[in-house]
Design a protein around this ligand. Structure first.
Ligand code: NAD
Length: 371
């Protein structure tokens, strides 16, 4: 049985800190999905980050690369921790993740941010302002100012100058724009493209290309906003947004801004897509302060697994069932400590159990049975 017949190879890279704890809960949910849908996943574990450094002296070992190359999708926990902070930049745990993204050609990063009514009190904004927020940030991930040359800090005229270069090639904008419009078709059919076209040439090209691509998606509304205006509107009227399409650096900033609308960082999933293998991971890091204590919130990791089912395995019903299960369990009041202090808090594994059981129940119900 292979991918064509509905069996997917999943590379599982738990990584460091709370990574293994939260990833275990995502795998638990996937295994319970299999009990309903039949065999679907073949899991292959690999090392990445600090644990890989300790075992092999590199943050992304060849064996892990090979596992990922052969996988349909990668489910990652988190990398990093203070015990590796003294290492040279090239061999820090975070390099393992950056190298993996480059090697897999992951050029678009998706970050959904949805404000659940049951958690509205956790938002940085007042409930009446944030209610109904359900947006998706589509961020270009392989180009822009983070990768352009020349770059560096140089001596000049007795002082130093720091230089970075933003470059966008037409095809880089085209491919991410297509993704954004296609994703908007699965949602509320609106794309807000964000740039700084009043100042930057790269943004003028960006706006030109997005406008042209947009003509092929006449059923999707397109608007353009300047980054400064968008940053403001995200606070003033977040519920107005559906898909936000933007460059690497602007997306980096806007996605953290959007994250603060939803409450805990422990809730937010992400997907990074290329032409082939895709990577799914929580937005949060390895949280060394709570690692190994069964206190971490596994929702972001479980929701990342749901995105994997949606985008890599074409199992929309199962993905939707997991997302509905998360909402139900939270609505009933289950909270890990990050969401509710110490009172009545549940452990990482208990939260995973509750979501897994609810997912199974929903998958057996008529609404989701067609999976
Ligand atoms: P972090 O996201 O790990 O933690 C920030 C705060 O949020 C901490 O107080 C932490 O306890 C809390 N938190 C994070 N995830 C949580 C969860 N699931 N449940 C409950 N609480 C949670 O960010 P940081 O402290 O800046 O970084 C710690 C390490 O993680 C560093 O080494 C950093 O480089 C690395 N990091 C890795 C990634 C990644 O793997 N993608 C992303 C960001 C940071």
């Amino acid at each position: 049985m292979n991918e064509m017949q509905g069996l997917f190879k999943i590379a599982v890279l738990p990584g460091d800190g709370i990574g293994p704890e939260v990833t275990a809960e995502a795998v638990k949910v996937l295994k319970l999905v299999e009990e309903i849908t039949g065999p679907r996943f073949r899991f292959h574990s690999g090392l990445i980050g600090g644990t890989a450094l300790d075992a092999t002296a590199v943050p992304l070992p060849a064996e892990t690369i090979s596992i990922c190359n052969n996988a349909t999708a990668i489910l990652l926990g988190a990398v990093g921790g203070p015990q590796w902070d003294s290492k040279r930049r090239e061999i820090r745990p975070e390099q393992g993740l950056l190298q993996l993204r480059q090697r897999m050609g992951l050029y678009v990063n998706l970050r959904p941010a949805k404000v659940l009514d049951s958690l509205i009190g956790l938002s940085a904004l007042k409930p009446e302002r944030v209610r109904g927020t359900d947006l998706l940030i589509v961020r270009e991930l392989m180009g822009g100012i983070y990768f352009g040359n020349p770059r560096g800090i140089f001596a000049k005229n007795g002082g130093r100058v720091g230089i970075n270069t933003e470059i966008y090639r037409e095809h880089e904008v085209e491919r991410v724009a297509h993704r954004a419009f296609q994703l908007a078709r699965l949602r509320r059919r609106k794309v807000t493209s964000v740039d700084k076209a009043n100042v930057l040439e790269t943004s003028r090209l960006w706006r030109d290309v997005v406008t042209r691509i947009g003509r092929s998606y006449a059923d999707v509304e397109l608007e353009h906003l300047y980054i400064d205006n968008c940053a403001m509107k995200l606070i003033d009227e977040p519920a107005r947004f559906d898909v936000i399409l933007t460059s690497n650096m602007f997306g980096d900033i806007l996605s953290d801004e959007a994250a603060s609308l939803t409450g805990s960082i422990g809730l937010l999933p992400s997907a990074s897509l290329g032409e082939r293998t895709a990577l799914y991971e929580p937005v949060h890091g390895s949280a060394p302060d709570i690692a190994g204590r069964n206190r971490a919130n596994p929702v972001a990791s479980i929701a990342s697994a749901a995105l994997m089912l949606r985008y890599s395995c074409r199992m929309e019903n199962a993905a939707a069932a997991i997302e509905a299960a998360i909402e139900k369990v939270l609505k009933r009041g289950a909270r890990t400590p990050d969401m509710q202090g110490k009172k009545r808090a549940v452990t990482t594994s208990r939260m995973g159990d509750l979501i897994a059981a609810e997912t199974q129940k929903l998958l057996k119900s008529s609404k989701f049975r067609a999976a």
